[in-house]
Design a protein around this ligand. Structure first.
Ligand code: CMX
Length: 428
């Protein structure tokens, strides 16, 4: 690569620097690619192809999540036997250390499930093989191996952690022990105490949320933290914290909260189209965002939204909240276009995911982002393992002062630049 090192890929403009680096091409990943109009491809496959090609459990509509991990890691569609190897690995590694339950039990009341989830993952940092090997002096060419080992250990445990948090917060601590004969999606449904098709709902949810290339807050945080050779526990806990923001993963809970507020406002009566429009405008006029709509990269309806809509049309067409969600699909985009601010007026993944959970009885909507986190952890792990295998460097972009930018823009004399905003001669 050295001979191509100086070839330009993108231009860094002031608007990109000040605009959250939106669209700046400065990261590399081969795990997934997000086209603004087509949506996400995992290892070159569209989501429809992924759902079609990956092996699925007997009597299931949705493929094994374990097969998706195989695809993200290797780029190959796994055989049945490849998938059953991963299922076995997960089954062997799923048991949580006792202290994880104790940490979850110790949380004060009213803690958000994402805070508990992130902390529970962080607590397991002491289990890290990577950390132990690093301190024993492992060769950097071998870093990926303990990272891989740690990742399998962590991913296998996430459904156990999440379902225990759910039991603790909402089921008076009545946990259901896992069933080692089931795959990840099936076992999660089992531990949540849910019958079919919640196993498929879980597989669908985890696969759809796993990766969205590497510039979004959660994926980028995971990659950034791991770039300092932090292990998968530290990196995943950090990515969960990024996911917990309302402009990112927390939007799935916000959609349900926003819909429930509308239902309360209507006093149970079904809103007319005019009333729904008014509700959307009231939200915008109060300076709030319409949750579940818009995207930093996508410029069309998110295919993850459409796949969940297809699932809902098949399994829950009469669900009253799904009907609201579907009415909003027609109502919100023209309103956002009329308002003229959002670059993408179309729905994203979070506009549809909560209603499916609600329908199957998971109505504690502040838990929804934990489910997103289980899925996203799969993509983060695949990326971070490859980061170590390819010896990706510490990430360290350079920052400038405002005065330096002003000088670059030609609106400030050079003398002030080195002192920055708080320098003596900087009288801005
Ligand atoms: N409702 C109201 N206003 C919106 C909007 C929405 N759904 N989406 C964008 N806008 C506004 C922005 O707030 C911004 O306003 P200002 O100029 O006043 O700052 C303007 O439109 C331009 O924003 P943009 O370039 O279109 O979008 P960004 O890349 O800045 O932000 C996103 C993207 C997702 C944060 C934004 O669309 C949003 O806030 N959506 C609602 C929250 C949401 O659904 N987040 C989940 C995204 C998917 C995920 O990561 O899980």
């Amino acid at each position: 690569m050295q001979e191509y090192a100086d070839i330009e890929v993108d231009k860094v403009t002031i608007s990109k620097i000040l605009g959250g680096m939106r669209g700046l091409k400065c990261l590399v990943t081969d795990i997934s690619y997000l086209d603004p109009n087509e949506g996400i491809r995992y290892r070159g496959y569209t989501l429809h192809e992924v759902f079609q090609k990956l092996p699925r459990p007997a009597n299931a509509e949705i493929p094994y999540v374990e097969g998706l991990l195989y695809l993200l890691l290797t780029g190959d569609i796994p055989s049945e036997s490849d998938v059953s190897d991963v299922v076995d690995e997960f089954s062997k590694r799923r048991i949580l250390p006792r202290y994880v339950y104790e940490v979850i039990d110790a949380f004060p009341c009213c803690s958000h499930p994402m805070t508990i989830f992130s902390s529970a993952i962080l607590t397991m940092h002491r289990e890290s093989f990577f950390n132990k090997k690093y301190h024993a002096g492992i060769n950097k060419l071998d870093y990926w191996e303990p990272m891989f080992e740690d990742s399998l250990n962590l991913l296998a445990k996430l459904p156990e952690i999440a379902s225990y948090i759910y039991a603790k917060l909402y089921m008076d601590g009545k946990e259901i022990q896992s069933n080692p004969s089931l795959d990840m999606g099936g076992n999660f449904a089992f531990m949540m105490g849910k019958d079919k098709p919640y196993d498929d709902v879980s597989r669908l949810h985890f696969i759809l949320h796993s990766d969205h290339e590497s510039g979004n807050v959660s994926a980028h945080t995971g990659h950034l933290v791991a770039s300092s050779l932090s292990d998968i526990y530290l990196s995943t806990s950090a990515m969960i914290n990024g996911l917990a923001g309302p402009l990112h993963g927390l939007a799935n809970q916000e959609v349900l909260r926003w819909l429930r507020e509308l239902i309360d406002r209507m006093g149970g009566a079904e809103p007319t189209e005019a009333e729904l429009k008014q509700y959307v405008w009231d939200t915008l006029n109060s300076g709030l965002v319409v949750p579940g709509y818009g995207h930093a990269v996508l410029r069309k309806t998110d295919p993850r939204y459409l796949i969940q809509r297809e699932f809902s049309l098949k399994h829950l067409p009469e669900d009253p909240i799904f009907k609201y969600v579907d009415m909003l699909y027609k109502i919100v985009p023209p309103i956002l276009m009329e308002q003229g601010k959002a670059k993408n007026p179309w729905p994203n993944v979070d506009a549809q995911s909560g209603v499916i959970q609600w329908h199957y009885g998971v109505r504690e909507y502040d838990f929804y982002t934990v489910l997103f986190g289980i899925g996203r952890a799969i993509g983060i792990a695949a990326n971070v393992i490859w980061d170590r295998a390819l010896l990706y460097p510490l990430e360290r972009p350079k920052s400038l002062t405002t005065a330096m930018l002003e000088e670059i823009a030609g609106i400030k004399p050079p003398a002030a630049q080195t002192r920055g905003r708080h320098g003596k001669s900087d009288d801005v």
